[in-house]
Design a protein around this ligand. Structure first.
Ligand code: FAD
Length: 318
């Protein structure tokens, strides 16, 4: 079932969902099941599975030489989606990105998803390869999520890249997109960022999932600004419970977000990561309760493969 239909059927009740990462290459899928099993009692109608593009690594060779290799550390997004649907009878939402794909490869990936009975995708541009410094699309690939949405919508209308296909069967994907209450880091300002978010809606995106944030006021302000720009599709808040003290600097640097002073002060008082986890759970519960009261359609948790804190939060809410 489509994410938007799950939201409609909930009749205003807030749903629980979460995002998982495929395991590192060489790891067992059971590590994913171990993280998901404890969360299934909260009845998530859908689970997101991230997509990880290739990276460059340098292997030391003889005489100080380095060999550049291209690897994908976390392959398996599509396989995991199929496995989750089969094991838990839940809808899986694969993330699909522009980076590393040309249009033909994108079309073929969408055909695979369609054949598996997957009817949701989160359409994203993807981040740049670290050593590139900025996002470089594939030759004949997409530069922005807007272009990817256009291609998915074309396929939803039965328009494949090859015009000669006779009686082409349309797909029926529900398209979700990303948004950033604290602005996408490349956008010159929030207004410009929202202009493109509105474009995503106009092209056919049916719901939004936000970047993580720790200050609900940022989400409330963002939702209001979206309304002013005519963005009316559901805006699902993304939440991440703190689990390590290192995250106080890592999360702002990777995700371009601020931490409220009250949170950073509470975290810096912690003597170990067990205490950090406690603070993370307490903050997550308060944040979630306030968002539920505001009437958010879904609380979407970034579990990052570790479900203990998400479970503790969900057990107090769902
Ligand atoms: P876009 O919407 O293309 O926006 C990128 C930048 O370009 C923004 O500054 C925007 O304002 C601007 N822009 C947008 N459209 C246009 C246009 N038509 N013309 C000019 N400028 C434009 N990354 C992964 O690699 N894999 C994942 O699984 C993944 N999952 C994510 C899930 C969520 C909920 C979120 C919030 C992010 C996720 N990301 C993931 C990270 C995401 O790929 C990066 O944040 C990326 O830098 C931007 O992706 P986007 O889809 O928002 O890009």
């Amino acid at each position: 079932m489509k994410v938007v239909d799950h939201i409609k059927n909930a009749n205003g009740k807030t749903l629980f969902s979460f995002e998982i990462l495929p395991p590192l290459k060489g790891q067992d899928i059971n590590s994913i099941y171990d993280a998901i099993d404890p969360l299934m009692e909260f009845k998530p109608p859908f689970i997101d599975v991230t997509y990880h593009r290739e990276e460059f690594v340098y292997k030391a060779k003889d005489k100080g030489l380095l060999e550049k290799r291209t690897i994908r550390k976390r392959p398996g997004t599509v396989g995991i989606c199929a496995a989750l649907m089969n094991r838990y009878k839940v809808d899986a939402v694969p993330h699909i990105i522009c980076g590393g794909f040309n249009q033909e490869e994108t079309e073929n990936a969408l055909i695979d998803l369609n054949f598996l009975g997957i009817d949701n995708v989160l359409a994203l541009r993807g981040d740049h390869i670290k050593s590139d410094g900025h996002f470089i699309p594939q030759p004949d690939g997409h530069a922005f999520a807007t272009d990817l949405i256009k291609q998915i919508q074309q396929l939803n209308q039965g328009k494949y890249l090859d015009n000669d296909i006779v009686n082409p069967v349309p797909t029926n994907f529900c398209i979700g997109v990303a948004a950033y209450p604290e602005k996408h880091f490349e956008a010159p300002n929030l207004k410009t960022d929202l202009k493109y978010l509105k474009m995503k809606q106009d092209l056919g995106a049916e719901y939004v999932v936000t970047q993580m944030f720790f200050d609900n006021q940022k989400y409330f302000d963002f939702v209001n600004k979206c309304k002013e720009e005519g963005i009316t599709i559901p805006i699902i808040p993304g939440l991440k419970p703190f689990t390590t003290i290192k995250q106080t600097t890592v999360l702002p640097s990777i995700f371009h977000i601020d931490l409220p002073e009250a949170l950073s002060e509470a975290l810096y008082k912690c003597k170990n990561n067990d205490q950090v986890r406690e603070v993370g759970i307490e903050w997550g519960v308060q944040q979630s309760k306030e968002l539920m009261k505001f009437g958010v359609p879904v609380l979407h948790y970034y579990s990052m493969g570790k479900s203990q804190s998400v479970r503790e939060i969900a057990s107090q809410l769902f």
